[in-house]
Write a protein that binds this ligand. Structure first.
Ligand code: PMP
Ligand code: GLU
Length: 402
């Protein structure tokens, strides 16, 4: 069967794939601990659920405006003003079916064949594939030891074909986040070279140790004019299944995205839009509670990982992932099989420790693995005990082929 050229260049989302694998093993009765998918383990807060139930009862179950209802756009505008000191009007906002869809529509609206899109590594798994799906070329940019993009690293990769940079702060998978000074130097380069910034800020509310999230778009008029901010309610309000993401940016691009949406998905689910209004405008104490719990788990997980011989892990500033380097185990031999890379390590941990993690390679960092701590403390303790034991076993084995 012949498929499009476009689709042959991409792979399924590895994070969703690992989750499916772990679920399948669990359904066979195997006791798997899942550190795979990045999805808050908390319930959607009751006030949000109740608002959605009311919307159904009130019959708010029909098509809406393609780019989202005005009331939700207004709630998003208020959010940008309050949290990011950014002013937008309705024509500069579009609501889509999850932040992944927002990012996809941005790519559809601004990428041309041959355009080079800069992606600092480690990156979220979907960025390069979304670039390829839109006929542009991903150009991976190396970062420093702290996983952050440097002005030098960025300048080195800029060519006349460079169209956009995809920034993600706080980052999935590293948890690193940019401070104001670093964002200013990136913004200055982007403005000078007229390169769009696609700023994925989905983890903006999940930050620790008093870190202040800054949106790069807020750093001045010039940078705002070339920045598309993607965000959503999935992570902050534990609403991954509701599928609401949004974008703020120049109105010509937002209008193009709305046209794309009108010919592809139409409006995001009506009921979910009502729920998102309540998420943004309602009480925010559940976010605070969730972040406090993530913080406890973050400290515990990172401390435990760093105590394991051969493992090193940077302390994340945000999101809910630990991203340890496990490359000291590569080349080790277990049961006649050499652990060559992060995929082998993920396979080994699934088989031996019965723990699902995501290999680092699809994030552009094969020396690493990603563990999500969006699961209970009990699971984290149990899972880390198992990983520790399995890695200890691996350490004591020989190097090289069997
Ligand atoms: N960006 C990043 C960095 C993410 O980790 C995710 C998680 N899925 C998304 C975007 C997409 O979020 P959503 O569920 O709203 O599509
Ligand atoms: N962003 C989450 C993750 O990285 C959800 C999975 C996905 O959307 O790919 O695990």
């Amino acid at each position: 069967m012949s498929l499009s050229k476009r689709v042959s260049g991409i792979k399924p989302s590895p994070t969703l794939e690992i989750d499916a694998k772990a679920r399948a093993l669990k359904s066979q009765g195997i006791d798997i601990i899942g550190f795979g998918i990045g999805e808050p383990d908390f319930n959607t807060p009751d006030n949000i659920k109740e608002t959605a139930i009311k919307a159904i009862r009130d019959g708010f179950t029909k098509y809406t405006a393609v780019s989202g209802i005005d009331e939700l756009k207004d709630a998003i505008i208020e959010k940008f003003k309050k949290d990011n000191d950014l002013n937008y009007d309705r024509s500069e906002i579009i609501v889509s079916c999850g932040a992944k869809h927002s990012l996809y529509n941005i790519a559809q609206a601004i990428f041309n064949p041959g355009d080079e899109i800069l992606i600092p590594a480690p990156y979220w798994v979907s960025y390069p594939d979304q670039v390829i799906l839109n006929d542009a070329t991903p150009v991976i940019v190396k970062t420093g030891n702290d996983f952050l993009l440097t002005p030098e690293g960025l300048k080195e990769k800029i060519t006349p074909k460079t169209r956009a940079i995809i920034l993600n702060s706080p980052s999935n998978p590293t948890g690193m986040a940019y401070d104001k000074k670093s964002l200013e130097s990136i913004a200055e380069i982007a403005v000078r070279h007229k390169i769009y910034i696609i700023s994925d800020e989905i983890y903006e509310k999940i930050i620790y140790d008093g870190f202040e999230h800054i949106s790069i778009a807020s750093l001045g008029k010039e940078i705002k004019a070339i920045t598309l901010v993607a965000n959503g309610v999935s992570k902050a309000y534990s609403m991954t299944g509701w599928r609401i993401g949004y974008t703020a940016g120049p109105k010509e691009i937002i209008s193009a995205m709305s046209n794309i949406q009108s010919q592809s998905t139409s409006n995001p689910a009506s009921v979910s839009q009502k729920a998102a209004i309540e998420a943004l405008r309602g009480p925010q104490d559940s976010v605070k509670k969730m972040v406090e719990e993530f913080d406890r788990r973050r400290k515990y997980m990172v401390k435990r990982l760093n105590r394991m011989e051969g493992v090193s892990c940077i302390m994340p500033r945000g999101a809910f992932y630990a991203f340890p380097n496990v490359s000291s185990f590569y080349g080790k031999n277990f049961d006649g099989k050499v652990i060559k890379d992060s995929y082998d390590m993920a396979g080994y941990l699934l088989e031996e420790a019965k723990v699902a993690i995501v290999p680092g390679d699809p994030f552009g960092a094969d020396e690493y693995i990603r563990l999500s701590y969006a699961t209970s403390m009990e699971n984290i303790e149990k899972g880390l005990n198992r990983i520790e034991e399995s890695l200890r076993k691996l350490r004591s084995t020989t190097h090289g082929p069997a």
